[in-house]
Design a protein around this ligand. Structure first.
Ligand SMILES: Cc1cc2nc3c(=O)[nH]c(=O)nc-3n(C[C@H](O)[C@H](O)[C@H](O)COP(=O)(O)O)c2cc1C
Length: 224
């Protein structure tokens, strides 16, 4: 089936793009498994650099898994499902490109971004809300409580890839409790659910800045 370029499709797509918001308070309603699978299917149709198709998706929706995630991301109360995205670093093309070359090293991050965009927009088209989240240590509840000495020793452990000794760390949770093998590199996560509060684009602020975008001209680099 070809999508007609006539009609209102372009306008509807633009409205969908503009109306999607990152939601941080959800109402606890569960998303049916088939909807989650179709969201992941949308991700698999995103382009990937060199057609590497290196991304893998982990669905977390059991009560205990969700409560573990909320420990790391306390503001995601009431979410239904988390999808974590991993890059398979063991594929021949991954090994060739991602370890060696300065620019190609970034490709999995770009691929992840494209997959995420497909996911959150497709989800929104089904009335499902989402929030992409990064997994920086800054967000680990436990990380905030660590002493300087512990932080230094943890840094050494991280550098030496000894996550299995770092309880309370998201990498520890993934590798040990969820048994995620080392060749799968964690890229990003997305929380899905149904909003309890939907951010108002006209007033909401995040990161010290209004989430409302400027008009398009503002973002264009004009040359003299
Ligand atoms: C790569 C990435 C990481 C993000 N990480 C977080 C996060 O950890 N926590 C959070 O609340 N929002 C996170 N966000 C959502 C942004 O804060 C949000 O997209 C931004 O404020 C604009 O709002 P909007 O998505 O409603 O347009 C992330 C978004 C992206 C693209």
């Amino acid at each position: 089936m070809k999508i007609s370029v006539n009609g209102d499709f372009d306008k509807m797509l633009m409205d969908l793009i503009k109306e999607r918001r990152s939601v941080r308070l959800f109402n606890g309603r569960k998303i049916p498994r088939e909807d989650i699978l179709s969201i992941i299917e949308a991700a698999t149709w995103a382009p990937t650099g060199c057609n590497n198709q290196e991304l893998w998706f982990l669905i977390l929706d059991k009560e205990q898994e969700i409560s573990e995630i909320v420990k790391f991301k306390p503001f995601f109360k009431g979410i239904s499902t988390v999808i974590l995205i991993f890059c398979d670093m063991s594929l021949p093309m991954s090994r060739k490109m991602y370890y060696k070359y300065k620019y190609e090293r970034h490709l999995p991050y770009i691929d992840t971004g494209l997959a995420l965009a497909n996911m959150v927009l497709y989800a929104k088209s089904k009335g499902i809300d989402s929030c992409i989240f990064n997994l920086s240590e800054y967000h680990f509840v436990q990380a905030k409580q660590r002493s300087l000495i512990k932080r230094i020793t943890n840094k050494i452990k991280r550098t030496l890839n000894l996550h299995k000794f770092m309880e309370g760390n998201f990498e520890f949770y993934l590798r040990n409790r969820l048994k995620i093998p080392k060749h799968l590199k964690i890229m990003c996560g997305v929380a899905f659910g149904f909003s309890k509060i939907y951010p108002d684009v006209n007033t909401a602020i995040h990161g010290g800045k209004k989430i409302m975008r400027e008009t398009v001209d503002y973002y264009i680099i004009h040359r003299e």
